[in-house]
Ligand binder design. Structure first.
Ligand SMILES: C=CC1=C(C)c2cc3[nH]c(cc4nc(cc5[nH]c(cc1n2)c(C)c5CCC(=O)O)C(CCC(=O)O)=C4C)c(C)c3C=C
Ligand code: FE2
Ligand code: FE2
Length: 354
């Protein structure tokens, strides 16, 4: 069969609205064996690594996949929990909380689920499950506040790829970013304020975002601008002046230049400029993961302290904090405009019988 359909469809089935949240994905286990397929899928995505196909195939298969899986497995093993990968667990909790919130606010006609761009559960399998439940209008929210082709557009690719193999397409809405939405900015600012009320402020607040090659910015990706806008809006909410905060970029990969200033280099240099204490927050990560827990929480702490810093604090991601869920819900609700008719119609089956 060329196209996947919905063979179990019944005319009496109530139409539903689906809300699909997505994130990057994570390996199945913190082992070299599990890291290899995960990294292979992730790093074979041309949206992530924009290098001519043949050259990249050779570099990836002959160099990176020989050494990186072992190194990454070790890093993952330091953040792994008894229940699994932090990224997966946080995303699962976010979906559950949003499902609950949508049910209370909008009724039974809305189905919320989550998928991962790489690994499992895949976008395709979750879309399939949602359509089988009667979802005819689908809202997709990738949990990347700042648009980037490597993440946001890549998620759209996965969805579009699935649709090319599908017979009955749902109506589709795709949220490309929410980097300046007030509820999100407020949630980040509140998280920082809560940290301050417990620990006090520091000499400098670093807002650290995942980096991308600088080339992507010069080729027209808005990611860099959106990160700076988020930082400015958060700083305004907190009443910080330009000397009190800084935007930096972390998680460099490979040898070419990435967005600067680099988080690690910055932290190594701050003590020599008289900065004794820093607080680091990562507003681009909607959930804590390897890149925040290990890289920011451990590795970069060491850089700062070894360079003479006195106090270093990592402020956790928003994860499934109620304020984050409320912010995401507000964004979802705005993007459901006009679809409420379907939500009101979910008791169609009951009414048809009556
Ligand atoms: C080639 C490189 C990469 C680009 C470009 C990139 C962009 C990018 N990534 C995130 C979010 C996450 N990345 C995570 C892990 C991760 N990222 C890369 C490479 C690139 N990312 C690698 C190789 C890895 C795997 C870990 C490693 O081997 O170092 C994660 C964490 C996943 C987890 O399981 O915890 C996230 C989240 C964004 C937002 C982004 C561009 C804006
Ligand atoms: Fe990454
Ligand atoms: Fe990293």
């Amino acid at each position: 069969m060329k196209y996947r359909g919905s063979p179990s469809f019944s005319h009496k089935q109530a139409d539903k609205v689906g809300v699909l949240i997505t994130n990057l994905g994570t390996p199945e286990a913190p082992t070299t064996k599990a890291l290899r397929p995960y990294l292979k899928q992730f790093l074979s995505d041309p949206r992530v690594v924009e290098v001519p196909k043949v050259i990249w195939w050779l570099v990836l298969n002959l160099v990176i996949l020989r050494f990186r899986p072992k190194r990454s497995a070790h890093a993952y093993s330091t953040v792994w929990t008894d229940e699994g990968s932090p990224l997966l667990l946080h995303t699962q909790k976010q979906a559950e909380a949003l499902q609950q919130k949508c049910k209370t606010q909008l009724g039974e006609g809305v189905v919320v689920d989550f998928a991962m761009r790489y690994g499992s559960p895949s976008v395709s399998e979750v879309v399939d499950a949602m359509l089988q439940q009667g979802v005819r209008k689908l809202l997709v929210l990738p949990l990347y506040p700042q648009y980037c082709a490597s993440t946001t557009a890549s998620t759209f690719d996965a969805l579009a790829d699935d649709f090319t193999k599908r017979r009955w397409l749902p109506e589709l809405r795709f949220i490309t970013h929410y980097h300046d939405e007030d509820e999100y900015i407020q949630a980040v600012a509140d998280k920082i304020r809560e940290h301050w009320s417990e620990h006090g402020t520091a000499d400098k607040l670093l807002l650290s975002y995942h980096g991308i090659p600088k080339r992507y910015l010069t080729n027209g990706d808005p990611y860099h601008c959106e990160c700076h806008k988020t930082s400015r809006l958060v700083a305004e909410k907190l009443g910080l002046n330009k000397a009190q905060y800084m935007t930096t970029f972390q998680s460099r990969f490979g040898r070419e230049e990435w967005l600067t200033p680099y988080t690690d280099e910055t932290l190594k240099s701050l003590p020599s400029q008289g900065v004794e204490s820093v607080q680091v927050v990562c507003p681009g990560f909607s959930a804590d993961c390897l890149e925040t827990i290990e890289e920011i929480g451990v590795e970069n702490r060491d850089y700062f302290m070894e360079a003479g810093g006195k106090r270093y604090e990592y402020i956790e991601a928003l994860n499934s904090d109620p304020k984050h869920i409320d912010a995401l819900y507000a964004i979802i609700e705005r993007n459901l405009y006009g679809w409420n008719a379907v939500l009101d119609n979910t008791d169609r089956e009951a009414r048809a019988k009556g």
